[in-house]
Design a protein around this ligand. Structure first.
Ligand code: SAH
Length: 214
């Protein structure tokens, strides 16, 4: 059972105010953040960190993204209800829950088995209908393509070609592009079969996207 009390709601309200003051205006995203118990996606001993606007370590040397970053990436993909969205890098499953809460059909892929398993347990408890996959997200999910939206939540040196090809025409992909500890948030709109419109949206820090399974 995931405990979600008035204490948690109060902490979440403060977090949402902070995220809003940093420039997130989409009320649907703020409402989703207010509703989702972020502490459920972290070890229970870290409750006091769950509602700070910071990234935090989870299992297997990975991180749950900073709430502001989750909101920023979600805003950039301009998600509409019922759209099919692929998330690369399930991690804790928190970002996937935000996408589900916005009414999307969510497919999420993770390369680390432990995270892939744990995220599903939390989602089952919270009642989301996200589809989880264990695999190398560099390849996307060819048998479920095309996607209206693709969200990459690990640092990639460049946008993988396979993912660009799994986007519908008119679809949007967002990814932190770059190596080391500086990534540039990049938005890629597929404007035609072979044409993409690329824009950049500031600097962020993500754990690296890797290849193969673990
Ligand atoms: N979206 C996550 C953030 C996770 S951090 C959340 O809401 O918590 C990035 C995640 O991407 C890590 O869990 C990492 O294991 C995963 N990852 C890295 N390379 C990957 C790849 N090639 N395919 C799938 N997942 C990958």
């Amino acid at each position: 059972m995931i405990e979600d009390s008035f204490l948690h709601w109060g902490l979440r309200r403060k977090l949402v105010d902070q995220v809003k003051s940093k420039g997130i205006l989409d009320q649907r995203i703020l409402d989703a953040m207010l509703k989702i118990p972020r502490h459920a996606f972290m070890d229970s001993s870290f409750l006091k960190f769950a509602y700070q606007d910071q990234a935090f370590p989870i299992a297997s040397g990975q991180t749950i993204s900073q709430p502001y970053t989750v909101a920023f990436q979600t805003e950039l993909i301009k998600l509409e209800i019922h759209q099919k969205v692929l998330e690369v890098g399930t991690g804790s499953g928190y970002q996937a829950a935000i996408l589900a809460e916005l009414g999307a059909r969510v497919y999420t892929v993770e390369r680390i088995r432990k995270l892939y398993q744990e995220a599903q347990v939390i989602h089952r408890e919270l009642g989301y209908q996200v589809k989880f996959f264990l695999g190398d997200g560099n390849m996307g999910l060819p048998s479920y393509a095309p996607f209206d939206r693709i969200l990459i939540t690990a640092a990639t040196p460049s946008i993988p070609e396979a993912l660009k090809q799994q986007l519908i025409i008119g679809g949007i992909l967002v990814a932190p592009v770059g190596q080391g500890d500086n990534q540039i948030m990049t938005k890629c709109v597929r404007t035609g079969t072979d044409t993409f419109d690329i824009t950049t949206h500031g600097n962020f820090i993500f754990v690296p996207m890797k290849t193969g399974l673990e």
